[in-house]
Design a protein around this ligand. Structure first.
Ligand code: ATP
Ligand code: MG
Length: 439
């Protein structure tokens, strides 16, 4: 939110009122204000028809034409001003086929949850609550406005919004609301994958992500939307390494430990052990093992994210991080060149934060993490990989015929450079000429 948003919304309400229209601040801004939180954006609802809004705010732009919403720019803030409306039939479980303009009370009734349907009059500084939102906010309850079954049937996305708000605000789902979600959970598959992704990403990058994970499992949404994650439940781990419990518990703890995660980091954390259920085995000594769970997991993560229509770059980053996450724990055994390549990877900041959260959410063995940090300090904080001392032109200059073998030669020389075995061009060239040079 822009610091001016509340003031700008108040200004808009005053202008609308001066023309005799009803006008209020409504929705998330009122809820967040009452909770003492910073709202994401401030919305105004009014009895003024879209043409009146356009006349009073000539520079405003209409957004969502048929829904009667205008974007008003005032005091450097952009505020959505929506005409009170009730929604018509929903034939696709997503968007109403039509809307009809109406009074404030009916506008409150079309809103998803009671805590999102409180109106605030910024001039009288009074709340107007037709649906018991203030009480539910006080009690910490997410409850649909009206009959829960009907409201979810109109728009199944609301099932995910319910969990998102409950997790983020640390609220409970009202019993009837939770029951209706359980009964309609399978219908979450009819929600557009992009919208599912957006809701889930907001849950896992927001406060209390493990609460969202638990709740999604409990109401049965996880089983349909992310069956690969639901499968974590009850997958045992070696107690010496994972005293915290099964893969589900561990994953929730990792998510909770991330500091302000990006979408990439949150999904890498959610899916870092997604290969564990498939690779679970007990070896001859009776120890649980998950051999190759990193590479198997990277592939499964790719399937999950393709299904949710993630952009390719986010998906391939998450797959790369998952494929490497387990090796990161064994930094102490790595060659210097390998460590430098990991540290020089543009994804390193994400990988090391996942490594920290992963280690701290199990036996708290942070040897790998500490070793990486020591290494970076020893390099004066330089992460970037150096330019290679020689390239293909140098090989041609030595009379060699270009071909696929160039790659292998240059890699051997570059690894020697990263290991610190050679430090200048001459020694690099000498290494190429040395048939026994296997540094
Ligand atoms: P935040 O922006 O912090 O996620 P919000 O409550 O402001 O939360 P928005 O998506 O910005 O959520 O929507 C603004 C308001 O519009 C909501 O508070 C709610 O009253 C109403 N609303 C939004 N989406 C729906 C929906 N799918 N069904 C019914 N009402 C909705
Ligand atoms: Mg909002």
């Amino acid at each position: 939110m822009n610091g001016n948003d509340m003031q700008a919304a108040k200004e808009i309400v005053m202008i609308l009122r001066s023309e005799g229209h009803g006008a209020f601040i409504v929705g998330g801004a009122v809820r967040d204000m009452l909770l003492g939180r910073e709202p994401k954006d401030v919305d105004v609802a009014t009895s003024a028809l879209p043409d009146d809004v356009a006349r009073l705010f000539p520079d405003s732009k209409r957004v969502g034409e048929s829904f009667g919403v205008a974007l008003v720019e005032i005091l450097g803030a952009k505020i959505e001003v929506a005409t009170f409306r009730k929604d018509g039939q929903y034939s696709d479980g997503r968007r109403p086929d039509s809307v009809e303009f109406c009074g404030r009370e009916e506008d409150a009734k079309r809103r998803d949850f009671t805590i999102n349907a409180i109106f605030f009059d910024p001039i009288a500084e009074k709340f107007v609550d037709d649906v018991g939102g203030l009480q539910d906010l006080h009690d910490g309850i997410i409850k649909t406005v009206g009959n829960a079954h009907d409201r979810f049937q109109e728009d199944f996305l609301r099932m995910l919004r319910a969990v998102r708000f409950a997790a983020r605000l640390d609220f409970k789902l009202d019993a009837e609301t939770a029951l209706a979600i359980s009964l309609h959970a399978a219908e979450s598959l009819s929600i557009a994958p992009e919208r599912v992704r957006q809701e889930l990403s907001r849950m896992f990058t927001g406060p209390h992500p493990s609460k969202a994970l638990w709740m999604l499992h409990q109401v049965g949404l996880l089983q349909h939307l992310l069956p690969e994650v639901d499968a974590f439940f009850g997958v045992q781990q070696p107690p010496d390494w994972h005293p915290e419990g099964d893969v589900f518990i561990h994953t929730g703890m990792v998510l909770d430990r991330l500091a302000a995660p990006s979408e990439t980091l949150a999904w890498a954390a959610l899916l870092h052990d997604v290969g564990k259920p498939a690779t679970f085995m007990i070896d001859e000594t009776g120890r649980i093992r998950f051999n190759g769970h990193d590479e198997v997991g990277a592939k499964i993560a790719g399937d999950v994210m393709a299904r949710l229509k993630f952009p390719n770059d986010v998906m391939s980053d998450v797959m790369e991080i998952i494929g490497l996450h387990n090796k990161m724990h064994y930094c102490a055994d790595m060659r210097k060149s390998t460590i430098r390549k990991i540290v020089g990877n543009p994804l390193f900041p994400v990988m090391i934060e996942l490594n920290r959260a992963d280690s701290m959410s199990s036996a708290q063995i942070t040897d790998g993490y500490v070793h990486f940090l020591d290494f970076i300090i020893a390099q004066d904080g330089v992460l970037k990989l150096p330019e290679p001392l020689i390239n293909g032109r140098d090989l041609i200059g030595m009379g060699m015929v270009p071909g696929p073998h160039f790659g292998a030669i240059l890699k051997r020389v570059y690894d020697a450079q990263l290991n610190g075995d050679i430090g200048d061009r001459e020694s690099a060239l000498a290494l190429v000429s040395d048939p026994h040079g296997d540094v």
